[in-house]
Ligand binder design. Structure first.
Ligand code: CP
Length: 298
């Protein structure tokens, strides 16, 4: 792979190969095997938007592979002096990095980056478009819990409209044969998502019935100002996952969330910390899938 920009357009075999490579990385690191395919090379993590999980796990993944990591912070960069996105990338590349891991608030930023530099570009989340490594780590976590995903029903609940996580997950889960149902307020799950091969179900009880997994999406409080949600309390009452709602899922079902969780909004604290939650497994799996992606691209 030259770049890793999105799940949309990938073949099932490519996704399966990355998941298999991620399992291999997990097994090696857990056994203490030190393979260093990126020894002597540098990976730059250019985050034009905040991150806890994605940035940290890319950095840890790069170090497991033997790479040096360039710490870079948009807040004290020359972006504040008006340097353009493309010039920023080209200047960092000129210092001899093998890969740019890019997060940006604008959809399409990773694709644009890939056209401006010769080194590998990895999309760490671009606007509302895609967050492809999140989809891979979610798929790995789901496979760890449920085995083969073909035929499994996965509910994605919340702000689908603005969610790059939802878009990448829809493509990835469909490639792996899962049945995807989207649920949330009609303002945040508008008609049209059926065209991606999903069921849209505005009745949460129906969406959860028979589901083997639920991916709860973060509610972005900044959306309240858009008039798309009356209040966070209203969201919690109608769409928040409580223990009672989780009990309606299939036996053995799991609850995922990309983070950061708004405790008491998308998920009750009892669900976040409860037996069905695999949220911290997702975080751990982020390291392995990012190792697989960096090794494939860099
Ligand atoms: N899941 C995710 O992208 O989290 P961060 O924003 O903390 O990276």
């Amino acid at each position: 792979m030259r770049h890793f920009l999105g799940i949309d357009g990938m073949a099932r075999e490519e996704v399966a190969a990355l998941l298999s490579a991620a399992r291999g990385c997990r097994e090696e690191v857990t056994r203490g095997v030190r393979r260093r395919p990126l020894e002597g090379r540098t990976v730059a993590c250019l985050f034009f938007e905040d991150s806890t999980r994605t940035r940290s796990s890319f950095e840890i993944a790069a170090k497991h592979l033997g790479a040096e990591v360039l710490g870079w912070n948009v807040r004290n960069s020359s972006v504040s002096k008006g340097e353009s996105f493309a010039d920023t990338l080209r200047n960092i590349e000129a210092m001899g990095v093998c890969a740019l891991v890019v997060r940006h608030p604008s959809s399409g930023a990773a694709l644009l980056a890939s056209r401006k530099v010769a080194c590998a570009v990895v999309n760490a989340g671009d606007g509302t478009h895609e967050h492809p490594t999140q989809a891979l780590l979610d798929a790995l976590t789901l496979q760890d819990s449920l085995g083969e995903l073909a035929g499994k029903r996965v509910a994605i609940v919340g702000d689908v409209l603005h969610s790059r996580v939802a878009r990448s997950n829809i493509h990835c889960l469909r490639l792996l044969g899962a049945r995807v149902v989207l649920s949330g307020p009609p303002t945040l799950v508008p008609q049209g998502f059926e065209s991606l091969g999903c069921e849209v179900q505005w009745d949460l009880s129906r969406a959860l019935a028979g589901a083997h997994a639920v991916i709860a999406l973060r509610i972005q409080s900044e959306r309240l100002g858009d008039g798309l949600l009356p209040s966070l309390g209203d969201y919690r009452r109608h769409w928040g996952l409580s223990i009672a709602r989780v009990d309606r899922l299939e036996k053995g079902a799991v609850v995922l969330h990309p983070g950061p969780v708004n405790r008491g909004v998308e998920l009750s604290p009892e669900v976040v910390d409860g037996p069905a939650s695999v949220i911290l497994d997702q975080v751990a799996n982020g390291v392995w899938v990012r190792m697989a992606v960096l090794e494939a691209c860099a």
